[in-house]
Design a protein around this ligand. Sequence first.
Ligand SMILES: [Zn+2]
Length: 605
Amino acid sequence: MRLQFSLKLRMLMLLVCSLPHTGSLYAETRFQTKFEASSRTETATYDEGIAYYEQLSQTFPELQLRTYGTTDSGKPLHLITLSLDREFDFARLHRQDKALLLINNAIHPGEPDGVDASMLLLRDLVLNLSKFEPMLKRVVISVIPFYNVGGVLNRNSTTRVNQNGPKEYGFRGNGRNFDLNRDFIKNDTLNARTFTQIFQELDPDVLVDTHVSNGADYPYVMSIVTTQKDKLRTPLGQYLEGQMLPFLFTSMASRASEMIPYVNVFGNSPENGYSQFFDSPRYSSGYAALFHTLGFMSEAHMLKPFDQRVIATYNLLLSVLQSMSKDSDQIRRLRAKAKKASSLQKHFPIAWHLDTTRSSDLRFKGYEAKRIRSELTGQLRLFYDHERPYEKTIQYANHYSPTITITKPEFYLIPQAWHEVIEALERNQVTLEKLQRDQSIRVESYRISSYQTVETPYEGHYLHHDVKLLKTSETIRFRKGDIKVPVNQWRNRYIVETLEPQGVDSFFAWNFFDTILQRKEGFSAYVFEDEALQILAANDELRTRFEERRASDSEFANNSRDQLMFIYEHSPHHESSYLKYPVYRVLSSENPLHSNITPQALPAR
Ligand SMILES: [Zn+2]
């Protein structure tokens, strides 16, 4: 009896496995995940998830679980790696031409689909190694099970207002209420600093950061944000657009998880088209792009049931894996090419805008949307009619053009006092050199001539934008130990986009240099009056400009403080550091002295 039952069960299992059901999950009874044990209604807690990977990695030598650094929560980041050859040294894996996939989960712990999808995927892969061997020969998978550890521990069932499950989940803000998907450049959190260490050690070919969407309603369970193709070096961008994405869309459709580019529509409906989400470097995929890594954010749809979303996320991760395995040589070749080109590149775009004159046709399935009278407010509200689905071609604006392009210097010089900036460069493994002696160097310097600042705090900062600069050429005295950043590295995009103050996510924009935006000294008007007269008497040109201004500007002529300030600002008393951007550019033609600098690589910190 018992044997018969077992045979029957096995037959049934075989049947289930071969059925083209909604997901590709294997009907595994060993190593059940929390998702499965809860009839697909719950997501693993932090302790459950880590314990699961500990157990799995203790059973299968192809898995290695290790910890890195720390996070704001006080707990480290975990990384679990599946390597068929049991090789876990990432530099060695690169030399062996393996393609590296990094999956990042629970950056927004209220959106935990990737947490459970990753547990299922790694489990299914190791339990079926012989079947997946051809794929895993080419690709090594690393997973951060929980990135926002503090947010994961802050479990609740209310903060994802419009989301359809799971029963409980974590909170978006981390232990200090930072949104980690805005922290990839400024690195306020220990989470981001540790992530940077992992990312730079892995140098992944592909990054998938898993999310759940907000916004419009439509039938697709899965949508995807991709690294904006125009920001990638051409052949790599073309590969992403022309080869990898079509494969992913087709693969998802064949797994009954049809997918659409991220529906970047809020407060409106998508039937008239939409534009591509612009992933600047503060976001995971935008940060990845700085290092020529193909970055994706999976965005499962909030209104779809949790189980469907987890399965769609699983299918996407599996599709990415298949795509990487199929194209591993090509991806690695194109990345190597992009790195080389970036190290030689002379001109770098640092700000972009949507090109509204160009768009692509996108076949889109949606629900008819209309504005109906709200019973609550009496005003018009958006309503999606699920009884009236449609399919039509809409316009997808996915072309971006540079608005600011800069010519790279031969190197940047940063006085050692700006240690936070220097440490950020070090974390990202930028090669730095120290000046070996005090010396004067001819540089191009920037003065901040104007800038705008947001009015309310954003992620712990008052972000600057619309930065305007005045360029000057001058000789500056530098000290032994000041930092030289050669712009001949494959990490050039990171260097330029963070150090050029007009970059949308530059260190200047993120307030690293705000102390230069304030005067440190001033004058007492009643004392300075007499000296101001002497300054004018000794400087004919200044006196003429002063008098012309008084004659043409009545407001100025009626404001004694403004008049004294005008003279002060043009006097030797005025501090040179005010509005002076303290990162200097050395252009090769302007730098007869640079050969005197003896480079010395910094020891790793
Ligand atoms: Zn998210």
